[in-house]
Design a protein around this ligand. Sequence first.
Ligand code: ATP
Ligand code: MG
Length: 480
Amino acid sequence: MNLAGHLKHSVFQIISSIAKEEGIEAYVIGGFVRDLLIDKPDSLPKDIDIVVIGSGIEMAEKVKRAIDEEVPLAIFKNFGTAMIKWGDTEVEFVGARRESYRRDSRKPMVENGTLEDDQNRRDFTINALALSLNKQNYGDLLDPFDGVKHLEEGLITTPRNPGTTFSDDPLRMLRGIRFATRLEFTIEPSTFEAIIANRERIRIVSQERISDELNKIMMTLQPGRGFLLLDQSGLLEIVFPELHAMKGVDEVNGQFHKDNFLHTLEVLDNLAYRSDNLWLRWGALLHDIAKPRTKRFEPDNGWTFHAHEFIGAKMIPGIFRRLKLPLNEKMKYVQKLVQLHLRPIVLSQEIVTDSAVRRLIFDAGEDLEDLMSLCEADITSKNERTVKRHLKNFQIVREKIIEIEEKDSVRNFQPPISGDDIQRAFGIPPSRSVGIIKNAIKEAILDGEIPNEFEAAYQLMLKQGESLGLTVQNEKEKGD
Ligand code: ATP
Ligand code: MG
């Protein structure tokens, strides 16, 4: 097979010319070739891996000089690699190598090798495909391990013995599951057996790399499948015990609860269908995370998971810290989604009062739409009519939200009277009384007892102040 037609980008021509002048061989290898064969895209994939039979760094330096604009070049001497960023394309150069591993590290010892050696060190047959950039066979596909056949069959398998491949670098187990999920491929049975056998080796991989793969699985079209594979391989129990704890069904007096793990994966896939916001997807994955801890069987009520939304929200920082996920506003956002995930459901089941909707808008703020999406994704009944009925109820809640939003703007609630205003009016320093009055005003607005306006809030302030024994020292400055 020849794919020269897809190698028109100037960077390939430049590499090809330099290779000829220097009398060394160069190839495009890995993900670029794989994705080219899958999609045959018109635009160039964003990252390109080049392997040269010689020094990758020297090749990169020559390519940089040959490009007639200024492009950044990063050299990683320790790894023997170099990277050029040309526009939004990243081209990575490496010398062909042969690798050997020690038991305690996924960092190999390397020596120079042939193209075959280099293809042989690749993780999967579909990632070991190379295209020649040499003049005599420009664009020729070099496929020593049947990668093209496996692409056609939708199969993930390794060039070498899978056990050695995974034991050498256990990160490959997660990569395999990630590719199987993203491409909707099957992991070849003996390859999957080797993952199961080597699952404990994942412990030598850094948490950053593990979480990087988890995030990539999260961003696929159907991440649920990835987590199912993680579970079936035994990796989930090691890398994500809280999620693993959600598995299974208990029975008391003939009453079962649903399998919270499978339910969660269904919610995640539903959500992924609606949104590609990574953190909203994390919210879906974690929304019921405290169910195992809060599970009780109550003779009168059956299975209950009291307060699982609050306890779940409390678990988020610990999980994020261990997974080395960001501990910033992204985490707070996920916490908020977990904590509030039952609120719209409760609303949709009752007669929706204005004040309940107002409080939801206030508590969820700018994340209300995301919360609604999560709740809609959370409807997973097998019965289509039940699903339809719930979705319709949510639609009513959504309409009510719009209606209330138009009436009172509580989403980014700014109290019409500030703490300063209260201090000035009564001539008092910052104190408990100020807080009490402020809170009373907020509550009254959220409950719809007074409108979200200065004058009404001022009157309530006076009333509250009076009952606290305060008298007005300064007349109002705001208002009309
Ligand atoms: P993507 O960029 O879409 O995540 P990719 O296959 O390009 O997929 P990269 O991480 O960019 O993945 O790696 C480029 C190539 O390097 C891979 O196609 C594979 O040939 C090789 N490779 C990457 N990581 C490993 C690894 N841990 N073990 C063996 N080969 C690897
Ligand atoms: Mg890549």
